[in-house]
Design a protein around this ligand. Structure first.
Ligand code: GCW
Length: 681
């Protein structure tokens, strides 16, 4: 039951093409494993599962390389057996090489470390799931990013903040869940796409979760860390900045107070006594009512460094979030601009952070909107480790009831040129550490999974998790490659399935954008839960998320000349690009400028007409998704077919709600008719 949905992209479907099976068999019959560790054990387990399931054979396993057709090893144990330049391998990197000599065929899966062996095993299985030829493999892979992480926004009561796929797989009723095999299957999925770190609780650390770093819960944390460890994944915890007060019997959390510093040092020592390879702390401080150093007149460097000092002896790191802004803003105040906040808070602190602190920065300066500018903090802190935070969970992009494949959006962010060191200073080079030689850096994201049988609510949302992982490993992979790999492993190799699902996925972000908030302005959602249209939902609220629509026009003036000056936070090339109405890209126009409804876009269409057009088109295209999917009825198992169909139908219906509310709102504000006379209420 739920077999395909649950297995996601690790289905290892029985291959029915006998020629291919016979071909694969010659490589998979005898496995030799050199070296022993929990991670290598996982590689072996996965290979045996995949091979027996795809080929229907049970391979022999030994630790003797000579007779084997498949050899797993780290480079240290194999250096003489295969002719490869292992110096080219970095941590977690691997080589897959087919060697044919004296009529004997052998595939070597060689890792720089044990994790590399595991990644090589997953790579081989991916090739087989995608029906690739194994004859002449000569693959060398190194991860581009050092930290490739996920953040669970899971609470111990079992709820998930911004979770759209059921409850937590980690916690239930304020205790750890005892369904450890579900956690192991999650670890397998993550490891198969290269994820190597996970923070297992919500960044909003409430009462019970503050106790995760106490002796009551640390044994359980250690148990979960053990599951992830076997898949090369390091465990982190989100911590309550004010733990010294909440659980430490101190009256302060002042980061410069020696008693506070000592408490954290002792705490770190205690944590590492349970989990020797613990990753470190993820911290949301002075943000949305969470405690932080500001209470004591200290800054974020003081706060982060205090924790970093405690973790340093154990090689732990602090992931310090930059999502810091005034969430009690007065809408009448036109000088405060939430988009400016992260840069204004953190840029002046460049160089003040310890080298085991990493600043964790959301991709955009607002909050995971369907479209916004790229955060100008990237590239702006030469002397401070940075990492990028995406949101795989679809808080503002349809909450996994709508299809919105985010890989194309993430690619745009990663490829965005910051010009920090001139042309070619893309975000991906900032966060892979190469632009400024960071000691630590990488990419993280808020996960989209829960205990739904298909993990992600919308089965097609599995593609977002898959794609995110693949991009952390290699941001240069194209959206097309990732999509193709995912479909092959998830739905098989029928040509029509491939063609249509690819189209659906790759168009879905644009479709969602069309019928929701226009031209980069964002928001326009119902407050709190953030699902569905509500143009003025946040307009007179405290959160700093305004569109300023009136009878004349719409948009946020963030220019230097007449607006909030946000544009000046970018490097010159981008400042110029966005500052000038003539060069500012249409899709971000209202993010940077307030313009009349009659303003002509580069497409030569007015803003108001663009709003009408895209909203009508968006609905048509959402209906098109239903139609397209319906063509695959005979080609997809019934459960997944029906599940997905239901969601797509809901999306198509709900997109009309968006269309009509947005179009009507702007028709009433502007009094300008649709040129094409379509129905507006
Ligand atoms: O996106 C917003 C969410 C909050 C979240 C916050 C954050 C975890 O609406 O639910 O809190 O961002 O990133 O800290």
């Amino acid at each position: 039951e739920h077999k395909e949905s649950y297995a996601a992209w690790l289905q290892y479907k029985n291959i029915d093409d006998q020629t291919l099976v016979n071909n694969y068999k010659q490589w998979c019959g005898r496995i030799s494993i050199l070296g022993a560790s929990v991670v290598i054990e996982s590689a072996k387990k996965e290979l045996l599962l995949g091979i027996s399931s795809m080929l229907g054979i049970e391979p022999d396993c030994s630790s003797e390389p000579m007779q084997a057709s498949l050899v797993l090893a780290t480079n240290a144990s194999i250096v003489d057996l295969v002719d490869v330049d292992f110096d080219q391998l970095n941590d977690d990197g691997y080589v897959i090489k087919t060697v044919t000599s004296g009529g004997k065929n052998t595939i070597f899966l060689v890792g720089k470390n044990d994790s590399g062996v595991l990644y090589a095993a997953f790579h081989l299985l991916r090739l087989m799931q995608n029906r690739k030829n194994l004859q002449q493999l000569d693959i060398l892979e190194n991860p581009k990013n050092q930290l490739r992480m996920l953040n669970q926004w899971d609470n111990m009561d079992g709820s998930i903040e911004r979770g759209y796929a059921g409850n937590s797989i980690f916690y239930k009723e304020n205790e750890f869940s005892d369904e450890l095999n579900r956690i192991e299957d999650y670890a397998r999925l993550l490891s198969s796409v290269g994820i190597n770190g996970i923070a297992i609780n919500n960044v909003n650390v409430h009462k019970v979760e503050t106790d995760l770093i106490t002796s009551r819960l640390l044994p359980k944390v250690a148990e979960v860390a053990g599951i992830f460890r076997a898949y090369g994944i390091t465990t982190f915890l989100s911590v309550n900045y004010a733990s010294t007060i909440t659980i430490g019997n101190l009256s302060t959390a002042d980061p410069l107070d020696p008693k506070v510093r000592q408490w954290w040092k002792d705490k770190a020592e205690e944590i590492y006594s349970y989990i020797p390879d613990f990753g470190g702390f993820l911290v949301k401080a002075d943000s949305e009512h969470r405690p932080g150093p500001f209470t004591y007149g200290r800054n974020h460097a003081d706060g982060a460094n205090m924790l970093a000092e405690a973790l340093q002896p154990f090689n732990g790191v602090v992931l310090w979030r930059c999502f810091v802004y005034n969430c009690l803003q007065d809408w009448r105040d036109r000088t405060t601009d939430r988009a400016r906040a992260a840069y204004d808070h953190f840029k002046p602190l460049d160089g003040h952070f310890h080298d085991n602190v990493i600043l964790q920065i959301k991709n955009g300066p607002m909050d995971f909107q369907v479209r916004e500018g790229v955060s100008p903090l990237f590239g702006a802190m030469e002397n401070t480790n940075q990492m990028l935070e995406f949101q795989v969970t679809q808080e503002y992009t349809g909450q996994q009831r709508h299809l919105c494949y985010l890989v194309p959006q993430w690619k745009e962010v990663l490829d965005f040129d910051t010009f920090a060191k001139g042309k070619g200073s893309e975000v991906k080079k900032v966060v892979d550490g190469s632009l400024f030689q960071y000691k630590y850096s990488g990419i993280t994201a808020v996960s989209n999974i829960g205990n739904d049988y298909n993990w992600t609510g919308h089965t097609l949302a599995q593609a977002n998790l898959y794609g995110f992982g693949r991009l952390t490993w290699n941001p240069d992979l194209s959206a097309e490659t990732i999509t193709d790999e995912w479909i092959g492993q998830t739905f098989g190799h029928d040509e029509l399935v491939k063609e249509l699902v690819t189209k659906m996925l790759l168009k879905s972000w644009s479709i969602y954008e069309k019928y929701t908030s226009p031209l980069g302005v964002g928001w326009m959602v119902n407050p709190h839960h953030h699902y569905g249209p509500n143009v003025d939902g946040y307009e007179y609220d405290v959160w700093g998320t305004y569109h300023f629509a009136d009878w004349k026009g719409i948009g946020v003036d963030r220019t230097e000349k007449t607006g909030t000056g946000y544009t000046s936070q970018y490097f010159k090339e981008n400042t110029d690009l966005y500052e000038d109405l003539k060069t500012c890209p249409d899709e971000l126009l209202l993010f940077f400028h307030n313009v009349p409804y009659t303003h002509k876009l580069k497409s030569n269409v007015t803003v108001i007409q663009h709003i009408y057009n895209t909203h009508f088109e968006g609905v048509e295209e959402a209906e098109g998704l239903v139609e397209t999917w319906s063509q695959l009825k005979e080609k997809i198992d019934q459960e997944r077919f029906e599940d997905i169909l239901k969601r797509l139908q809901e999306q198509a219906n709900h997109s009309k709600e968006w269309r009509d509310i947005i179009n009507t709102y702007f028709y009433r504000k502007s009094g300008i008719k649709d040129e094409k006379n379509r129905k507006i209420y």
